[in-house]
Design a protein around this ligand. Structure first.
Ligand SMILES: Nc1nc2c(ncn2[C@@H]2O[C@H](COP(=O)(O)OP(=O)(O)OP(=O)(O)O)[C@@H](O)[C@H]2O)c(=O)[nH]1
Ligand SMILES: [Mg+2]
Length: 461
C-alpha cells in the first residue's frame, strides 16, 4: 500500500437533504475523528471500534462548539473503500453543516480531495482495477435499470476477469517464446506455431465477442438517439407524447405544428432513449418551417435509430417517398400510425417501398400498439447479444479502443507466424497486445491517463 496524505470531501450531493456525509481517508483519519467527534455524553472516543456506528456529535475542537448531531463510523484499512483508514460522518444534509464539518476536518490536517480521489486510491492500492474504477461512475450516472445492471457487473469485475485471463494466456506464450530465444542452449523448445496460431485465433474471437457487445454497451451508457421523422401531421408529436406519458409537444391538426426539434429522455425496457420529435418534412416556402426542417436533417445525421412515421389514413404521397429514399444507412423502423381511422394508404404499395425495414402499425393517439414498437426497439438494441456468450457489455470508448489495438496486434502476430517470420517478430506483436490489454485494467497505464480518468469523477467519490 502506498504512503499517502489524508483526504476529505463531502460525499453526498450539495443541497438540502435529510442526511449528508463527510468522508475522510488516510493515516490521520482516526486522529481527526478523535478530535472532532464526541459521543452522546460529550466524551472523546479513545478507540473507535472498527465498522461500528456511534451516535454523538461533531464539534469544532478549537471552540468545543457543537456543529451538529452525527453518526461516526471507522473503517480501518485495508478493509475499506480506499484500502486506507476511513472515517465517515453522517450529519444533517444542510450545505452549511457539511461545509463547517469539512472545514474543521481540514483544520485537523486533512486536505480537500480531488474529484475521484477516493476511487483512485482504491485503484492505486490494488483493491479494484481501472476498469472496475471506471464502472463506478457508470453506476452513479446510470440512466436506466439495464445501464445500472451492466455497470454493476463491470464494477464487480466481470469483464476485468476475462481481459486478465486473455492477457495472462498471452503472457505465458510470450514468456515461452522469450525463454526459447534467450536460452537456446538449454534446449527450451519454442512454441509450436500451430498451437500458437490456434490460441491467437481463439483470443481474437473472444475480443470480437466483447467488441460486438460494445454497441449495446454504448447505447446503455449514452442513450440511443432516436429521431421521429415523417411528413407534417402524421402524428410524430403525438407519438413522442405517448411514449413520454405526458403532453410535452404541441399537437394540432395543422400541418407544420412542430417548428423546432424537441428532445426528451425516456426509458424503454431499461434502454435509455434520447428521443427527438422533429419538424415534418415537406416542400414549404415558410422561412421558420424551412429552418425547422434543416434541424430535422441535422438530427437525422446524428441519429442511432430513425422512426419513420407514415399516416395510414392518407394516401401515400411524393413527400413520403422522397423521405424514404433519403434515409441514411442507420437502423430504421417504419411506424404506420392512425390505424384507428379508415385505412387510405395503399399498404401493399408501402410494403414494397419499406421492404428493407421492420414495420409496426399503431395508433399514437389511442396509445394502441406502442408495446409492439417497444418490442422492436428492444430487439434491435439487444440483437447483438442474442448470439453472444456474454451477459455484460463493454461500454467505454477507452476500453474499446485498447481492445481494437490489441486485436490488430494479434492479427499482425498471426500474419507473422503464417509468413514463417522469426519468433522475435511475433514476440513484438504479442508484447504490444499485452500492453494494450494492460491499459484496460490498469496494469500498464500511464499516470497521466489515470489522472485524466479520475478527473472526470464527481467530488467525494
Ligand atoms: N385518429 C388519429 N389521429 C391521430 C393519431 N396520431 C395523431 N393524430 C392526430 O393527427 C394530428 C397531427 O398530430 P401531430 O402529432 O401534431 O403530428 P406531427 O407529425 O407532429 O405534425 P407536425 O408537427 O406538423 O409535423 C393531430 O390532430 C393528432 O391528434 C392517431 O393515431 N389516430
Ligand atoms: Mg409535431
Amino acid at each position: 500500500m502506498m504512503e499517502a496524505d489524508t483526504i476529505a470531501a463531502i460525499a453526498t450531493s450539495v443541497g438540502h437533504a435529510g442526511i449528508g456525509i463527510v468522508r475522510v481517508s488516510g493515516p490521520a483519519s482516526n486522529e481527526i475523528a478523535r478530535a472532532v467527534f464526541r459521543n452522546s455524553r460529550q466524551e472523546k472516543i479513545a478507540v473507535f471500534e472498527p465498522r461500528r456506528m456511534i451516535y454523538g456529535m461533531v464539534i469544532n475542537p478549537q471552540s468545543e462548539e457543537k456543529i451538529d448531531e452525527a453518526l461516526c463510523v471507522f473503517m480501518p484499512g485495508p478493509n475499506s473503500y480506499t484500502c486506507e483508514d476511513v472515517i465517515e460522518f453522517q450529519t444533517h444534509g444542510g450545505p452549511l453543516v457539511l461545509r463547517q464539518l469539512l472545514r474543521v476536518v481540514i483544520e485537523q490536517g486533512a486536505r480537500v480531495a480531488q474529484p475521484g480521489e477516493f476511487t483512485q486510491r482504491a485503484f492505486l492500492n490494488g483493491r479494484i482495477d481501472l476498469m472496475q474504477a471506471e464502472a463506478v461512475m457508470g453506476v452513479i450516472q446510470a440512466k436506466t435499470e439495464a445501464a445500472l445492471r451492466n455497470s454493476t457487473q463491470l464494477m464487480n469485475g466481470e469483464l476485468s476477469r476475462r481481459i486478465r485471463l486473455h492477457r495472462q494466456e498471452l503472457l505465458n506464450e510470450l514468456a515461452h517464446i522469450e525463454a526459447s530465444l534467450d536460452y537456446p542452449e538449454d534446449d527450451i523448445v519454442s512454441p509450436e506455431s500451430g498451437t500458437l496460431l490456434l490460441l491467437l485465433e481463439q483470443t481474437v474471437r473472444g475480443f470480437d465477442n466483447l467488441l460486438a457487445s460494445s454497441k449495446t454497451g454504448k447505447v446503455l451508457r449514452e442513450g440511443l438517439r432516436t429521431v421521429i421523422i415523417g411528413k407534417p401531421n402524421v402524428g410524430k408529436s403525438t407519438l413522442l407524447n405517448a411514449l413520454l406519458g405526458e403532453e410535452r409537444a404541441l399537437v394540432t391538426d395543422i400541418p407544420g405544428t412542430t417548428r423546432d426539434s424537441i428532445e426528451e429522455y425516456i426509458s424503454i425496457r431499461g434502454i435509455p432513449l434520447q428521443i427527438i420529435d422533429t419538424a415534418g418534412l415537406r416542400d414549404s416556402a415558410d422561412q421558420v418551417e424551412l429552418m425547422g426542417m434543416q434541424r430535422t436533417r441535422a438530427a437525422i445525421e446524428s441519429a442511432g435509430l430513425i422512426l419513420l412515421m407514415i399516416d395510414a389514413s392518407a394516401p401515400i404521397s411524393e413527400s413520403d417517398i422522397s423521405i424514404l429514399n433519403d434515409l441514411p444507412a442507420i437502423p430504421v423502423i417504419v411506424v404506420v400510425n392512425k390505424i384507428d381511422l379508415p385505412q387510405l394508404a395503399d399498404l401493399a404499395g408501402w410494403h414494397d417501398l419499406t421492404r428493407k425495414y421492420p414495420v409496426v402499425s399503431l395508433s399514437a393517439k389511442e396509445k394502441a400498439g406502442l408495446d409492439k414498437l417497444e418490442d422492436m426497439i428492444e430487439k434491435l438494441v439487444f440483437a447483438n447479444e442474442a448470439h453472444l456468450s456474454i451477459d455484460v457489455c463493454l461500454d467505454n470508448s477507452r476500453h474499446i479502443d485498447c481492445l481494437i489495438a490489441a486485436k490488430s496486434n494479434l492479427i499482425a502476430a498471426m500474419a507473422a507466424i503464417a509468413d514463417g517470420m522469426p519468433l522475435d517478430c511475433v514476440a513484438i506483436d504479442l508484447r504490444a497486445a499485452i500492453q494494450s490489454l494492460g491499459q484496460i485494467t490498469g496494469e500498464t497505464v500511464s499516470d497521466e491517463v489515470v489522472r485524466e480518468i479520475f478527473a472526470k469523477f464527481c467530488l467525494g467519490k
